[in-house]
Design a protein around this ligand. Structure first.
Ligand SMILES: NC(=O)c1ccc[n+]([C@@H]2O[C@H](COP(=O)([O-])OP(=O)(O)OC[C@H]3O[C@@H](n4cnc5c(N)ncnc54)[C@H](O)[C@@H]3O)[C@@H](O)[C@H]2O)c1
Length: 326
């Protein structure tokens, strides 16, 4: 049996992907340099290799040692603000190093690739819900790196016969019993809201209260990490010879105020907010048109109601108040 290589498998989403692959009988190798991930998040049933996706010699050794049949590539830097301050760091890791991985994989005969992209590739979308054929016009260096690597995959499909499925996640959120979100710094709304309920901070910043949305705050499409992981496992079976891109979202948006309200109900905490100015590069509304993923993968979100997302994240954060250090 061939193994699935999961890059970034010590991270928030990658660790859940690794769990689900193991649960469905796959052999799994995780490659992660632990730059933002946690050794404790790596499932015990995988082979763990600590290393970088840009290290060609280490990759050749890995492909020599393990018969890899497919790669799920999640390893990347993923902080939009940091990418604005240091775009080179993002280009080096998310594009240049990722291409080293791709070249090593092709040399080793791997022809199947699943890639973590992001709704940031759409920038300020002219139409919401956003279909996959919407204009691709990222507004941050982070989004640009995701689009640049999508394009590399397109070129490799036609030139090298690589079959790839690009998954454009909307807002990954929620937790499983074992794994949750532990980033430093944490830029995502839900862990920050729950951090206030846990007493780590006194209030949540609400960036932008004058957007053209029903309550003036930004609207996002929250998708449970378990649903995301399920889509990756299905993507490995897509009978494709080229490069295809799929949105992973629910098709429904929630505003920042709606998320805070739901978190108040679930935690029983008042969760004070501080209204702030809009952040540059934050579109008013990002909601997926999710139909292509439903058709191609036979995939439907099952755990992505706001209640389930917040309830599962709340259970995890209460059990792990210091994240994976607990
Ligand atoms: N979290 C979201 O809402 C979201 C949304 C859209 C897309 N994504 C994408 O999903 C992927 C995973 O995101 P996440 O939230 O789990 O992030 P994360 O930071 O928790 O996980 C990324 C993992 O990749 C590892 N890594 C980074 N660079 C590496 C390298 N050069 N070599 C080896 N390992 C390396 C890190 O140590 C970490 O374990 C990323 O590609 C991200 O861009 C995330």
């Amino acid at each position: 049996m061939t193994a699935v290589l999961v890059t970034g498998g010590a991270g928030y989403i990658g660790s859940v992907v690794a769990d689900q692959l193991l649960a469905r009988g796959h052999d799994v190798v995780v490659l992660d340099d632990l730059s933002t991930g946690h050794r404790a998040a790596v499932p015990s049933g995988v082979t763990f290799v600590q290393g970088g996706i840009g290290d060609r010699a280490a990759l050749d050794a890995l492909f020599d040692q393990h018969r890899v049949g497919a790669i799920v590539h999640l390893a990347a830097y993923a902080l939009v603000e940091e990418s604005v301050k240091n775009p080179e760091k993002y280009r080096r890791n998310n594009v240049a190093a990722a291409q080293v991985l791709l070249d090593a994989a092709l040399t080793a005969g791997v022809r199947r690739f699943v890639f973590s992209s992001s709704c940031t590739v759409y920038g300020y979308p002219p139409v919401v819900p956003i279909p996959e054929d919407a204009p691709l016009a990222p507004v941050s260096p982070y989004g640009e790196t995701k689009l640049a690597f999508e394009r590399v995959l397109g070129t490799y499909a036609s030139q090298h016969g690589l079959s790839s499925v690009t998954l454009r996640y909307f807002n990954a959120s929620g937790a499983t019993e074992l794994r949750g979100e532990d980033h430093d710094p944490e830029s995502h709304l839900i862990p920050n809201v729950l951090g206030v309920a846990l007493g780590k901070k006194s209030a949540v910043d609400v960036f932008g209260t004058d957007y053209p949305t029903p309550d003036g705050t930004a609207v996002r499409d929250y998708i449970h990490v378990d649903d995301l992981a399920d889509a990756h496992v299905r993507a490995l079976d897509v009978p494709s010879n080229g490069a295809i891109a799929l949105n992973l979202g629910t098709g429904l948006g929630s505003s920042v105020r709606q998320v805070v309200e739901a978190a108040r109900r679930i935690t029983g905490h008042a969760i004070p907010v501080t209204d702030r100015a809009r952040r540059p590069g934050d579109p008013p509304e990002l909601v997926a048109a999710p139909h292509r993923a439903a058709t191609v993968l036979g995939w439907r979100p099952r755990r992505s109601s706001l209640e389930e997302i917040l309830g599962s994240a709340w259970r995890w954060h209460r059990a792990h108040p210091r994240g994976y250090r607990t």
